[in-house]
Ligand binder design. Structure first.
Ligand code: HXC
Length: 258
């Protein structure tokens, strides 16, 4: 699938830029958006010429949440039998690095999708929130878990219980975002960071991503062992030979991804 109706996809050399594009609904995440994102992320993961991806929205909204109008009439049996939202695991299964570039509202499912990224770069106008409680529900795409991991119990609990929005500056202080940049240069800055990542040895980038993610899944001793095994494994790659030779020979490395 390349003919998306809710996404705009561009290639910038080795970086894929995906823009959520439902401006009339502030990029609310409906089933169509999810299906298209699954497709776009799978295509990125499978494309040997692409090494980092940036997901962004509009200046006003990264995404204002899951589509309330689509969910409104659903009952428990509908949600349970469709395993509603389970498809997002296909997005979080992406092996290569990706960044969320957040401008404006990242609310509910929008905040949850941003937190699925390897990290978030925020425009100085970004507003993060989990306001689902005001609709009689809760986060349902991993938000309670990822927000608590990112900002700790106190802020996560406060945000999920009150629906309060967190601005960009507070989000950076709290550890939710890696960096805040002027909203006007958000996409440019995110593409620059993505190009830096895309210029790294690809297998080392995948391994680095896997091991940092393991820190949120494994007890410390097992995580340290997992890291060490991946580190050992990289000594079986051509790029390790090239990287260390290039250092010794005082020249830039040329990566093959092998
Ligand atoms: C469907 C949405 C939407 C959403 C906005 N729209 N958010 N449609 N689902 N999540 C639509 C509005 O209905 C409106 O359509 C248009 O987008 C513009 O929105 P306005 O409200 O007119 O804009 P504004 O006044 O600027 O307010 C912006 C806003 C507000 C503060 C972001 O839209 C808002 O509060 N949105 C909902 C935020 C939210 O509750 N998100 C959580 C969703 S639940 P029309 O046709 O009227 O012009 C969720 C669940 C996750 O994410 C998992 C749990 C099950």
């Amino acid at each position: 699938m390349t003919d998306y109706t809710t996404l705009l996809v561009e290639r910038h050399d080795a970086v894929t830029l995906v823009r959520l594009n439902r401006p009339q609904a502030l990029n609310a995440l409906n089933s169509q958006v999810l299906a298209e994102l699954i497709d776009a992320f799978a295509a990125y993961d499978a494309d040997d010429s692409q090494h980092c991806l940036v997901l962004t929205g509009s200046e006003k909204a990264f995404a204002a949440g899951a589509d309330i109008k689509e969910m409104q009439a659903q009952g428990f049996a509908d949600m349970y039998s469709a395993n509603f939202f389970a498809g997002w695991e296909r997005v979080t299964d992406t092996r290569k690095p990706w960044i969320a570039a957040v401008s404006g509202f990242a609310l509910g499912g929008g905040c949850e999708v941003a937190m699925m990224a390897d990290f978030i770069i925020a425009g100085d106008n970004a507003k993060f929130g989990q306001p689902e409680i005001k609709l009689g529900v809760t986060p349902g795409m991993g938000g309670s878990q990822r927000l608590a991991a990112a900002v700790g119990k106190a802020k996560a609990m406060e945000m999920c219980l009150t629906g309060r929005m967190m601005g960009a500056e507070e989000a950076e202080k709290a550890g939710l975002v890696a960096r805040v940049v002027p909203a006007a240069s958000l996409v440019e800055e995110a593409l620059k960071t993505a190009a830096e990542i895309a210029a790294m040895p690809p297998l080392a980038a995948i391994a680095a991503k896997e091991m940092v993610n393991a820190a949120f899944e494994l007890p410390l001793a097992q995580g340290v062992k997992f890291e060490r095994r991946l580190f050992h494994g990289l000594f079986g790659t051509q790029d390790q030979k090239e990287g260390m030779a290039a250092f010794v020979e005082k020249r830039p490395g040329k990566w093959t991804g092998k």
